[in-house]
Design a binder for this molecule. Structure first.
Ligand code: SF4
Length: 372
């Protein structure tokens, strides 16, 4: 359960609401209007976890802020750093739920992968998060706090600024649209990340894709495709039964026609499951229609599942077929394997250590995909 604290969480507010609520607060106290700008600056430009550390606000002002508001700042339960410098935070939320975010450095960027739900209800058969079951929706502040906390850590540790954010951690972001829509605004207009540097990843929540297409900002969209045919896809992604591939592709056409937006297809390669040679040209055809970039991802083993990754030769076959079909693609090298940095892996490993009875939730169900 999210925090029962009645004080509004300033990190959950979109920037315009934040300005209004702070301006009113300082006006009511007879304090100068510029104080609102000072607090806004602390929230978006710094990583200070509490009002106490907003040192250019007088002590009485800080106390009044803490009385009226709160600032979501989950504790880092663990921080693991991989040999390849991938760094993973496991955040403990106020009610004890655990969520992950992962910093992935590459030569020209620092990508932060954030979670939108504690666990996930979608039940995709190849996914560690799906295996662990659903906890609850995260609030906008709990999602934004992963960015704020990770950014502060990255800057202190010499990783430099976070340049890109992907909603590819735990959860299906478009099943938590009530929180994810404001977070997109907070990241873009509050923290100042360009919309094209922010990517929402979905297994195909069609109403959510259509909502994103209606937004004026050009956020990126990554589709967890994993199969170019409906029947096979349904065996991997239960949501396919609710929003079958033809419907998903129609939504993607609307998204594409909204203009200037990037679409990526994610394709996890599982040996003998979805890597038959005949599927490669079908994938190429789909990706070509949407000018989609394709990430081919070698499967990362999860608990209670004996699937393994496709062979390097089969990955190469898919890659070269896509390229021959005019599709930009890459085989995504696994990052942070030594720290279990794949989606939901750390939480899954924490859960597997619990015995069956104390495991918090049963295996996933397919939720109402309208979500949020
Ligand atoms: S792949 Fe994404 S939507 Fe599917 S179970 Fe994992 S986190 Fe949920």
């Amino acid at each position: 359960m999210a925090s029962q604290d009645p004080r509004p969480d300033l990190l959950s507010l979109v920037p315009e609401e934040l300005d209004t609520i702070l301006t009113r607060h300082f006006e009511a106290r007879g304090e100068p209007a510029y104080r609102a700008g000072q607090v806004r600056h602390w929230i978006y430009e710094s990583g200070v976890p509490s009002f106490d550390e907003m040192t250019n606000i007088p002590l009485s002002g800080r106390e009044a802020l803490a009385e009226a508001f709160r600032l979501e700042a989950p504790e880092a339960e663990t921080i693991s750093r991989s040999r390849d410098r991938t760094a993973k935070h496991l955040w403990r939320l106020a009610d004890g739920e655990l969520v992950e975010s992962v910093l992935i450095p590459s030569w020209d960027r620092l990508t932060l992968c954030i979670s939108s739900q504690a666990g996930c209800a979608m039940g995709c058969t190849f996914c560690a998060t799906g295996w662990g079951g659903f906890g609850r929706q995260l609030t906008a502040g709990e999602i934004a706090a992963q960015y704020r906390g990770s950014r502060a850590w990255a800057e202190a540790e010499g990783y430099g600024p976070v340049t890109n954010v992907v909603f590819m951690g735990m959860g299906e972001p478009l099943a938590n649209r009530k929180a994810v829509h404001p977070v997109l605004s907070i990241l873009n207009r509050g923290f100042g990340l360009g919309a094209r540097k922010i990517t929402v990843s979905t297994v195909g929540v069609v109403p959510g894709i259509l909502e994103l297409a209606e937004r004026p900002e050009q956020f990126g969209l990554a589709i967890s495709l994993h199969a170019p045919e409906s029947e096979l896809r349904a065996s991997l992604i239960p949501l396919e039964q609710r929003h079958p591939l033809p419907q998903l592709l129609d939504a993607l056409r609307t998204f594409r026609d909204a203009g200037g937006r990037r679409i990526t297809f994610e394709y996890t390669m599982i040996r003998g499951i979805n890597d038959d040679e005949r599927l490669a040209p079908l994938l190429a055809e789909l990706a070509h229609e949407f000018h989609a970039f394709v990430n081919l991802i070698p499967f990362n083993p999860i608990p209670d599942q004996d699937w393994v990754a496709s062979t390097p030769e089969r990955l190469e076959y898919f890659r070269s077929t896509l390229e021959a079909g005019g599709v930009a693609c890459q085989v995504r090298q696994p990052r942070g394997r030594d720290i279990d940095a794949a989606c939901g892996q750390l939480r899954a490993n924490a859960l597997v250590q619990l015995d069956e009875e104390s495991r918090p939730r049963a295996r996933a169900r397919v939720p109402d995909a309208a979500g949020g």
